[in-house]
Design a protein around this ligand. Structure first.
Ligand SMILES: [Zn+2]
Length: 289
């Protein structure tokens, strides 16, 4: 692959999150989890905002069609992600994200749904599949990217958790979907929690705490009181909570705040809502047994 990253700005914190490997290929910077790298059949990449063609406020690697960016630019950016990972951009499957906990099993016939338009799978924040060659793509700007992999059954899951979905247990729903559809055992799964807005930057209102009361009766686990009387929500910890409850033991986490690193990631909070979305790609390779 080409390595023409000489024009990319080097992030100040050049080492990045310890759980992740920072890679530069094809003019793009992206991350991969150390814990997911031993599996040659698995392809994944967490792309930041650098190396795309979109202008501000979507500069530059915006992969969302729902933020007001031009479609041709978004499709070009998506093609760059796919080229970097050597997956088929025409085969991408996306979900129409609604901050819920509903999962969709991605089948062969879904190949290409949402790749170049907004016709992704309806109302779903969780995609699971055992199909090789059907890359899953989700878009983020502070919400939690959750990657799940079962190396025994060779099943992948990708989930999107905003505050509502995270508190309502989107992580547990993703694990359950893999259990129900493919017989996965939670003890076999590797879970990887990607960069998202951290407890340092995520102030929430009383309505959010009230929603969480049932799931988190001991809410000091995920709500951190501030000196001014407000509360900060820890989405990373809430995701860990649900994964543990679902029986997942192997959990890797970036613990990397998108709002603290807007030079490299889009952040809804960090940029007052006017921004793009970065992409997370997850796929199984088409290869021999
Ligand atoms: Zn932060």
């Amino acid at each position: 692959m080409r390595d023409d990253t000489s024009t990319l700005p080097i992030p100040a914190d050049a080492n990045g999150p310890p759980a992740l490997i920072r890679r530069r290929d094809n003019g793009l910077l992206y991350y991969q989890f150390q814990d997911l790298s031993p599996f040659p059949e698995l392809v994944h990449g967490i792309f930041g905002r650098l190396g795309g063609v979109s202008p501000a406020p979507f500069a530059s690697l915006n992969v969302s069609l729902s933020v007001g960016d031009e479609r041709t630019r978004v499709v070009t950016n998506r093609a760059r992600l796919c080229q970097t990972l050597d997956v088929d951009a025409q085969a991408i499957v996306m979900g129409q994200l609604v901050h819920g906990t509903r999962a969709t099993v991605v089948l062969e016939r879904h190949r290409g749904l949402g790749a170049v338009n907004m016709d992704g799978l309806p109302a779903t924040d969780i995609l699971v599949t055992d199909r090789p060659g059907v890359p899953l793509l989700m878009t983020f700007a502070d919400c939690v990217p959750l990657i799940l992999y079962d190396p025994v059954r060779r099943v992948i899951g990708l989930a999107h958790g905003g505050w509502r979905g995270t508190l309502l247990g989107v992580a547990r729903s993703a694990v359950r979907a893999m259990q129900e559809a493919f017989g996965c055992r939670p003890g076999h799964l590797i879970a990887a929690i990607g960069p998202a807005v951290g407890p340092c930057c995520y102030q929430v209102g009383q309505d959010v705490r009230l929603l969480a009361q049932e799931s988190f009766p001991n809410d000091c686990e995920v709500f951190i009181p501030q000196a001014d009387g407000s509360w900060h929500l820890d989405l990373w910890q809430a995701t860990r909570h649900w994964l543990t409850l679902a029986g997942v033991q192997h959990i890797a986490a970036a613990d990397w705040c998108t709002a603290c690193h807007t030079h490299e990631f889009f952040s809804h909070r960090g940029e007052n809502g006017r921004t793009g979305r970065f992409g997370v790609v997850l796929a199984l390779q088409e290869c021999g047994p």
